[in-house]
Ligand binder design. Structure first.
Ligand code: GTP
Ligand code: MG
Length: 485
């Protein structure tokens, strides 16, 4: 595989919930027994899970759409539908998961940074199963002739980015001998040649030295201007963001152009700083390579002085003869072990699911109301629209139930504030209703909604706090934005 696959965008969708069942018990000589429609099963969730077995995102390069299994429908005799299977998508450790804006495909926010084997996060929850008609029995509605449709599952575009998980990164100008060094230090066998940009993608190697073992990355050569996108190394700079230690390799001979090693050293550090101050502040060791070439003593001394002045440890080695390599590998191992111990201290476990789910839920509960044309208003919002989709429009009772839910959620009140009057048209997704006025459902409606309300109820129902009522310039006006925020 020549191409290094490290970023991909995929579409994930949970399984749809199964529909609830509308059914009545059949008994001999009883024309219509009690309601006995079972609930629909919930749809499966889509998970992203880090796995130590994987080392690339290649699985997601050609396949972009992933769906979890749907729940099956409820049946008569109080038989509930079966829940859909979850779908678990495995990714390498060190994968960052982000939610994308479905339209612009720009990252919205980070969902998770999966760094440990087995760490996982739900990226697309399955839909809830619809409730069977048994749930809608109340003191006044003994024989509810409706059930809920299954909830359509969430669908999202997400971005997966694999970041290298190396402990140390070999950084330097092209042809300074980074690949030669990793070949000396580990079992990695990257291509080595005397022309620049031999290495096109990062190579990883496991180094064992004494009691230490650690992973080193050989990154494509950086050149002046790399931080602004020049050369190849730029796209890999962000991989270095995760390594605890930078092994800054300098060609002590100055290469074919006879460059000054101290100047080379400064150029690279300047690029690191320009890319991110954090990279320049990262623990660094300076490695003078090609010290087998004779007559370099003075240059070695100069570079050593520059490195020590900056507070960096200094090593003079030869990847070709192996001189100085053992010390370098051991000292690196010691440093990496110290840095790891430091990191372990501030390695507080991150609870991705909650943080991200809360934000998503808050977003979904929000709705906005605006006037589309005289006498016609539109309500937009994920949860509001989902309720409409879950309603069986052939069924009068189901529609009445929906209207009561909207009243409780504050949709009616928001419509009224926006200037909607009885008789006006209210549009939600592809449906249109006639507004009957907000007063209709005033007062406690819980008893009337009965069991169903208690079952589906969540605190979100009083979500008027989250709603956004907008003035679209057509004269519909509300000051809710100011008063609520
Ligand atoms: N004399 C001598 N030559 C070396 C040493 N290390 C590497 N070289 C030579 O330097 C050249 C470049 O080596 P590479 O290991 O490919 O350099 P690199 O830094 O990986 O280069 P890029 O991948 O292009 O950035 C090759 O011709 C190597 O044989 C060394 O210690 N001594
Ligand atoms: Mg190389």
């Amino acid at each position: 595989m020549s191409q290094f696959t490290d970023i991909c965008r995929i579409n994930v969708k949970g399984g749809d919930g199964g529909a609830g069942c509308m059914s009545f018990r059949r008994e001999a000589f009883v024309p219509k027994g009690g309601p006995d429609g079972g609930d629909g099963g919930r749809g499966g969730d889509v998970w992203i899970q880090a796995s130590a077995q994987l080392s690339s995102l290649i699985d997601y390069r050609y396949k972009h759409h992933f769906r979890a299994e749907r729940g099956t429908h409820g049946r008569g005799g109080r038989k509930d539908g079966k829940a859909g299977e979850d779908l678990v998508l495995k990714v390498p450790m060190g994968t960052v998961v982000r939610e994308l804006d479905p339209e612009s495909q720009e990252p919205l926010f980070e969902i998770a940074d999966l760094t440990h084997d087995g760490e996982r996060v739900i990226v697309a929850p399955g839909g809830a199963g619809g409730l069977g008609n048994t749930h809608f029995v109340t003191s006044v509605r003994r024989a509810p002739a409706f059930a809920q449709l299954g909830e359509p599952a969430e669908e999202h575009w997400i971005e997966l980015e694999m970041k290298l998980m190396a402990d140390a990164a070999l950084v330097g100008l092209p042809s300074v001998g980074k690949s030669s060094l990793i070949a000396r230090m580990s079992a990695a066998r990257p291509k080595i040649a005397d022309y620049p940009f031999t290495t096109l993608v990062p190579n990883l190697g496991m180094v064992r030295a004494g009691e230490y073992s650690y992973v080193v990355a050989d990154v494509p050569g950086l050149i002046e201007g790399a931080s602004e996108g020049r050369g190849l190394g730029h796209q890999f700079l962000r991989h270095i963001e995760r390594t605890a230690l930078i092994m800054h390799v300098v060609d002590i001979t100055g290469g074919f152009e006879g460059r000054d090693p101290v100047e080379d050293y400064r150029v690279i550090n300047e690029e690191l700083r320009a890319y991110a101050q954090d990279l320049a502040d990262r623990p660094q060791i300076v490695v003078a390579n090609k010290c087998d070439v004779s007559g370099m003593e003075e240059r070695v001394a100069e570079l050593k002085r520059a490195a020590l002045d900056d507070g960096h440890a200094f090593f003079a080695v030869s990847a070709v003869t192996g001189a100085g390599m053992k010390t370098l590998m051991l000292e690196c191992g010691k440093l990496v072990a110290e840095l790891r111990a430091e990191l372990a201290h501030d390695d507080a476990p991150v609870v991705y699911d909650e943080r991200w789910e809360r934000r998503r839920q808050a977003r979904e509960k929000r709705f906005r109301v605006f006037q589309e044309e005289p006498g016609a208003f539109r309500v937009e919002g994920t949860q509001v629209e989902r309720l409409v989709v879950q309603t069986d429009w052939e069924n009068e009772e189901a529609i009445v139930y929906l209207q009561r839910r909207f009243a409780r959620m504050g949709v009616d009140a928001a419509l009224e504030k926006a200037g909607c009057r009885a008789g006006d048209e209210v549009r939600i997704t592809g449906r249109a209703f006639t507004f009957e006025g907000a007063d209709e459902f005033d007062g406690p409606v819980d008893e009337d909604i009965g069991v169903a309300a208690a079952d589906i109820d969540d605190s979100s129902d009083s979500c008027i706090d989250d709603s956004v009522v907008e003035d679209n310039g057509t004269g519909a006006h509300s000051d809710e934005d100011e008063s609520r925020r």
